[in-house]
Design a binder for this molecule. Sequence first.
Ligand code: 3PG
Ligand code: MG
Length: 396
Amino acid sequence: MTKMTVRDVDVAGKRVLVRVDFNVPQDIKTGEITDDSRIRASLPTINYLIERGARVILISHLGRPDGKVVDEFRLTGVAQRLSQILGQQVGVATDCIGPEVEKSVAALNNGHVLLLENLRFHPDEETGSLIFAKALARLGDIFVNDAFGTSHRAHASISGIAKFLPAVAGFLLEKEITFLGHVLENPARPFAALIGGAKISDKVKMLDRMSTKVDYLLVGGGMAATFFKAQGYEIGKSKFEGDRIDAANGLLKKATQNGFKLLLPVDVMVADAIDAGARTMIVPVNSIPVDKMIVDIGPQTTGIFSATLQNCRTVFWNGPMGVYELQPFAGGTQALARQLAGLQATTIIGGGSTAEVVQGMNLADKMTFVSTGGGASLSFVSGEKLPGVEALMDKK
Ligand code: 3PG
Ligand code: MG
């Protein structure tokens, strides 16, 4: 990475303001944190700072409270979980800026950790206000960005603070950029990208970029319907994107010209409705009944995709193969997750719902790398510059 990291600055006794992404999923009813991977992923940076006697001030958002104080998005539960994991009491401030918070920061001892309240309780965070960024910057001597998952946002706490403090990358940010960058720049071949999810429109840029890098592009999920439409198949009641048929055709054409193989499903599971109790059947893609919709890839497709991945030395996966939230339609996604977990290959999992699947199946430690960023990893592999990375100091 060309950016300076926390290793390049002296942190002992300093107030180190660390932007983390503690935007963790919570149970809607109980508020219980259902997956703490993002908290755990920030530990290397936090522990490093504690060990070196820094005064650690953590800042994060949680959810989308829209610039207002919303109790269910308070960071108290996160502080509790972090305290348990660290084995050290982590205090929570009542806000993230202002004289009270400045007092709490001033009282912080070397090697201790304070978590400030949700940044998004202030509307100025998301607008990227430099006044707000400056108020945050007053709290620290050094700024560390370890919030890879939010680094595609030009928010005050992501790119703004870097205008007022020496700004370096944390270990998680460094790891994300290194793994995701490596897969695109220097993959061991054959290299396959397995791409799914509901819409092509979300992923056009990534598909385009991947198509110049991969040996195999495997496409499943809702977006496959638009490809079928482009090929002239009946897709029944499946959703497709009429304005993306050209994009699908473009990729089909590129596959023949650029010499990579584009694999689409050959069979699919269809259902009467998106409902776990709906009747389902498996059909070839050229025989989708008019009154049914695609909900998963079929077993023959799973077999072909698995066999292709089996020969690959690098696999990047982003997006489920079907409506995986409903168990009867999760078969294709889960079968391929297990397949990836068993490969003797570099396996890189995009964040968001793909990471959720892998975490939910307890397969994360069987993969080479699982990104903590959904939108951020998508942006990064699409070739976009991330504001949170750009803002950091360059290595000399
Ligand atoms: C995420 O989970 O996508 C990140 O924490 C960023 O959150 P946002 O999508 O609400 O900006
Ligand atoms: Mg997001």
